[in-house]
Design a protein around this ligand. Structure first.
Ligand code: ZN
Ligand code: ZN
Length: 379
């Protein structure tokens, strides 16, 4: 069934360089499946690692990078141990390699199924995991850092990582649902509790910012607008078009010179102060903007991570106003499942995040960040 024995893959080696290598096609172990990768989104965290920032703790080098995977199941692992007796998933002879269906709890998978791969692997038994904060699990591993990821033609993943792919959605459009969209969704829906009453301002117009605009529209919040720090006209114009197409009512360009004038416009739009600010930068400059624009009782939710120090204003400037400063990290598998159902019902427009498809041979171009829109490696 797997005709190829070798595959090309983009490998991050111990010295921090990314090279294209021929690797053997991996074999799924018990409880795993082999996925033929069709598309793998290029996440900002990969760009940061290539630019010299630290990979997530515990990253195992060398590793095939890539954690926004859309593909198709082509092989099951050899052991039926993960299949409860009597569910019939592994076939009568107990050898799942010869069968076309396998069960994982309530889910059933068939060879050829179109899937997304939820990239986070929480430990499942620590205190955070048992309290329902598995996205914050300190022992969490990530596909594409702790084990080989999707910048390759094939990847093995645990059965528990599989999420059904929305019907009729191209693989390259579906791939960012598992990370860019899921991170924005978790932050807006689970952490900020953004609702129909809220005017939401998104700071940043990268993959996270644009997906957040689309998620805010899908919730739907009362209104959503975005703010970009992009200075040059060409890049601003691209950001403006994509943000408005994703559903933003306005895109403001904040520069140090015009910050005051733009802030006045935002206040007018929000009738005195924004209810929820989602900050995809996580810098002092972006957090200052967010804190200034919130109404009393508003929420500043930060999803961008920047290694520079940030300080909060003096306490009267935010405690007296009852402002909530929130951090939101990653997502849960159930977030991705909700997004898939929203896409299928037409509630969420996944195409709001414009993708630029590139072959694996152009992985370095994709990771250099020179591509307008979300780069997705097409395999
Ligand atoms: Zn990511
Ligand atoms: Zn855990």
């Amino acid at each position: 069934m797997i005709e190829a024995e070798a595959m090309e893959a983009a490998v991050l080696n111990a010295s921090g360089n990314l090279t294209l290598q021929d690797l053997p096609v991996p074999k799924p172990k018990a409880g795993e499946v082999l996925v033929r990768v069709e598309a793998c989104g290029v996440c900002g965290s990969d760009k940061q690692v290539l630019a010299g920032e630290a990979a997530p703790p515990g990253t195992q080098l060398p590793v095939v990078l890539g954690h926004e995977i859309a593909g198709r199941i082509v092989q099951f692992g050899p052991s039926p141990e993960n299949v409860p007796p009597g569910t019939g998933g592994a076939g009568n002879n107990g050898d799942s390699q010869d069968t076309h269906r396998i069960r994982d709890g309530a889910r059933s998978w068939s060879l050829g199924d179109e899937v997304l791969v939820y990239p986070f692997l929480p430990c499942g038994h620590c205190r955070l995991c048992t309290l329902g904060f598995e996205n914050l699990c300190l022992s969490q591993e990530v596909i594409g850092y702790h084990r080989n990821g999707g910048y390759a033609h094939f990847v093995t993943v645990p059965l528990s990582s599989l999420v059904r792919r929305p019907h009729h959605l191209p693989a390259a459009v579906a791939a960012p649902l598992v990370d860019a969209f899921a991170t924005s969704f978790h932050a807006l829906w689970q952490v900020s509790k953004a609702s129909q009453r809220d005017r939401v301002l998104i700071l940043g117009t990268g993959g996270l910012g644009l997906s957040a605009v689309a998620v805010a529209r899908a919730i739907p919040v009362q209104d959503v607008a975005a703010w970009t720090m992009r200075q040059d006209e060409e890049s601003f114009e691209h950001a403006r078009q994509t943000a408005l197409a994703a559903g933003a009512s306005f895109l403001w360009q904040g520069t140090p010179e015009n910050a005051r004038a733009v802030s006045r416009e935002v206040r007018r739009w929000s009738e005195g102060g924004v209810d929820v600010v989602l900050d995809t930068h996580g810098t002092q400059a972006s957090m200052n903007i967010g804190l200034q624009l919130l109404r009393p009782g508003g929420r500043l939710c930060v999803i961008g991570m920047d290694n520079s120090e940030v300080t909060l204003p003096s306490t009267p400037a935010w405690v007296r106003k009852g402002i909530q400063v929130l951090g939101s990290y990653g997502s849960k598998r159930e977030d991705v499942e909700t997004l898939v159902s929203w896409v299928e019902s037409g509630r969420l427009n996944a195409a709001a995040l414009p993708v630029i498809e590139l072959p694996l041979s152009q992985i370095h171009t994709a990771l250099a960040g020179k591509v307008p829109g979300r780069a997705v490696i097409r395999l």
